[in-house]
Design a protein around this ligand. Sequence first.
Ligand SMILES: *Cc1c(COP(=O)(O)O)cnc(C)c1O
Length: 389
Amino acid sequence: MEISAARLVGNLQVLVEAAGADVAVLPVVKADAYGHGAELCAPVLARAGVEWLGVADALEGLAVRRALSAAGIAVAEQPRVLVMCGPLGEDDAVLEHGLTPVIWTREQVERLGAAARRRGAGLVRVHLEVDSGMTRQGAAVEGVAALLCLMKENGLVVDGVMTHFASAEFAGSEQTRAQRERFAAAVRVVAEAGVRPEWVHAGNSSTIDNDAAEDSLCWLWELAASVGARAMARPGIALYGYCLPIEGEGRALVRERLRPVMTWKTRVMDVREVRAGDAVGYNATFVANEPMRLALLPIGYSDGLRRELSSTNGRAGGWVMVRGQRAAIVGRVSMNLTVVDVSGIDGVSVDDEVAVLGDGVTADDHARVAGTISYEILCGVRAERRVLV
Ligand SMILES: *Cc1c(COP(=O)(O)O)cnc(C)c1O
């Protein structure tokens, strides 16, 4: 796996520009930077000047802190790290490593408060998540006032108020509109309680991409400004060069300008000629109709090459790129091995470089054949990583 630092920074710049001067950008590096390696991506993003990074849990936050320190970035200079799934019982690690947890339940408040008292940690900054209608994480709007009281009693300071949209890629989404209203109501409750958050944040990659149609970042900025806070959006997938297509009538603001950060390569380990009638791979799901030249690759589903990319005589599967041309996957993708058709590609030989993801084959291509989204493809790739500057 090759990670292009230049493309990562380029994508960040596209997002920063699209978000505008009044909306900060929190790059999300959860799930090991969507499979790209948080320890590689976090220092690149930090050097590009971001104020925040988003991770899923405290262990990821700790890994990011370590990577930033190892890259020579002093703790005082490091971006703040938002732990988006909450402390998950790792309250001590959160406090020890100066992470900022997202909080939304009474139990979380009480546990974090108790840990802070035990450690003599003083006031602890947290971000309050509001469930504005996704029904996943977050406090109900009606519960916000009581939660704020409990936070105060427990020495927690509300540094940010946030929510997450369920249908950000849908142009003109009714659900998003309703979520915005509920979030705005929650932010008003916070302000009326005399709490002054530094940050009000919402929106993922698609929220930024969908902005032309929705004006959602304008709305976010106005909401934040109304309580004297700064606005922020939280793109993840777009940093890595992908974004869901906008559903419905809408213009994508950034999608066409993003470039994939990950290239995934392997090498041809064997080339063989087969005869008509030869069956290829497990269960003979593919039988050659004519003489073919096949190349064997030392990767399979254990490396994240999805088994849904397998092919049969009746159904095409996925492909890889060999010498700049498509080579179709033939038969079943197995655990560590995959066979591709190089009959139409001249001069293929052992050790030739093969792009599994790269120019001519994207995570969206894999996702389409595998019946999933680019996110899941990228998160699933397991390969030795190298950063290209
Ligand atoms: C993952 C995540 C994001 C980023 O989403 P993308 O669709 O990858 O841009 C933003 N906010 C929260 C809370 C998330 O969990």
